[in-house]
Design a protein around this ligand. Structure first.
Ligand code: GLY
Ligand code: MN
Ligand code: MN
Length: 405
């Protein structure tokens, strides 16, 4: 029912004679006969709830047609059950269902003088559709659909919270298991195992970065030994029913922060907490970044790491957050008419400031190779915000006490 509601809500914002076409992702080959695990396209999933490859939905105010793979006894022995043409209308609440192979024949029969909304991805199916519709003026669906996806409904919030809960538990397990001489991949295996046990996937390639590896923002090799005295940065989040969580914690391999590590960590934590506290409806969405950069800049100046007129991007070179939802970097505009927009209840954003200090002769060596990021997932509510990831320790004392248990 929720998908039907979403289709109607979308159509209500489009031209009266609109017909929407939305297809799923193509399958991706990994090597030889083996594909990557299939991941449905987020727009398609949002509007249909259907997760089989080679699927396409076409809907208007008075018709909903789904194209999908027909049942195939031989293929189902290899690849598993298919919904099939006969059951699709009942299960997916469509008026019609056709085999995807009949697309060329059927699509022109469904679309008449309609205004067609369609965004082609780079894949054969979408090329075929574009070709079939060469006589139509196409409009982009994305601006309207992605604005809808930006404001989460209650089912989306509760699903994302499930993903968060699985992730926070895995982060806790990792904090309690970590010790010097473990390899980063051994720590990753805690997340792999806990996510699998809970029927969840990784929402993105996890980062387990010991010591200086934390200064490589997209470090995913996860194959080095964790050294006593170093910090480890873990950025890992589960995906549940296609909804992503995105969480980072940084903590000491041997359970206790050094003085220098505490100094850097506390700056990031202050920046993060103050950035989160600013989030509420009506506040501009770049406010958390403004607050975080100001605190980080002053903190680094106080420690003699950054000169008063120095360039902060040497130590903090990414944004403070992004939308979160069906995609880990979720859809939705950040600006309107060139200006940062304002928070609205129902948006979910990450808040993830960091400091990354590479080896540099001009910087006191006690700070070399320290990389810290703290990342939480925050829901904007009518009265302010809720930190969905709040159960996961991030104060220095709380981390040290959890690690000693
Ligand atoms: N894990 C991806 C990100 O933090 O944006
Ligand atoms: Mn993030
Ligand atoms: Mn992250």
């Amino acid at each position: 029912m929720i998908h039907q509601k979403r289709r109607h809500a979308l159509l209500n914002q489009l031209d009266n004679n609109a017909v929407v076409i939305v297809s799923t992702n193509p399958e991706q080959n990994r090597s030889g006969d083996v594909n990557y695990p299939f991941r449905v396209h987020s727009d398609f999933y949002y509007l249909t709830g259907f997760q089989e490859p080679e699927s396409l939905a076409v809907f208007s105010k008075d018709n909903y047609t789904i194209f999908l793979r027909p049942k195939d006894k031989a293929r189902e022995i290899w690849d598993g059950k298919r919904l099939g043409i006969d059951d699709a209308p009942k299960i997916l609440k469509s008026n019609h269902a056709f085999p995807i192979d009949l697309l060329k024949q059927k699509l022109p029969q469904i679309i008449f003088n309609n205004q067609v909304y369609f965004d082609a991805k780079i894949c054969q199916l979408d090329n075929d559709i574009t070709h079939l519709l060469s006589n139509h003026q196409l409009k982009s669906l994305a601006p309207t659909l992605h604005e809808m996806r930006l404001i989460k409904d209650t089912l989306e919030i509760s699903t994302l919270q499930k993903a968060v809960n699985i992730s926070t538990k895995a982060h806790q397990l990792a904090m309690q298991a970590i010790q010097p001489n473990l390899f980063e991949f051994e720590v990753q295996s805690i997340f792999d195992g806990h996510f699998s046990k809970n029927n969840a996937q990784h929402a993105y390639m996890p980062i387990v970065a010991g010591g200086k590896n934390a200064c490589v923002l997209h470090y995913i090799e996860n194959n080095k030994k964790l050294n006593k005295g170093d910090l480890v940065l873990i950025d890992a989040g589960a995906e549940v029913d296609c909804y992503a969580s995105d969480i980072t914690r940084t903590f000491p391999v041997s359970g206790q922060f050094s003085r220098a590590q505490k100094q850097i960590y506390q700056i990031v934590l202050d920046a993060q907490i103050n950035a989160i506290n600013a989030i509420k409806p009506g506040v501009k969405i770049n406010e958390p970044h403004k607050i975080a950069t100001k605190i980080i800049k002053q903190g680094l100046i106080n420690l003699g790491i950054l000169e008063i007129n120095g360039n902060l991007s040497q130590f903090y070179m990414h944004g403070t957050g992004h939308w979160l939802g069906l995609d880990v970097h979720d859809v939705g505009q950040y600006k309107k008419n060139g200006n940062h927009r304002k928070f609205i209840a129902g948006m979910i954003t990450t808040v993830e400031p960091g400091i990354y200090i590479r080896k540099d002769g001009k910087i006191n060596p006690i700070y070399h190779n320290i990389g810290v990021r703290i990342e939480d997932d925050v829901l904007v509510t009518t009265s302010g915000n809720t930190v969905l990831t709040k159960s996961l320790a991030k104060e220095i004392n709380d981390i040290e006490s959890l690690m000693s248990q």
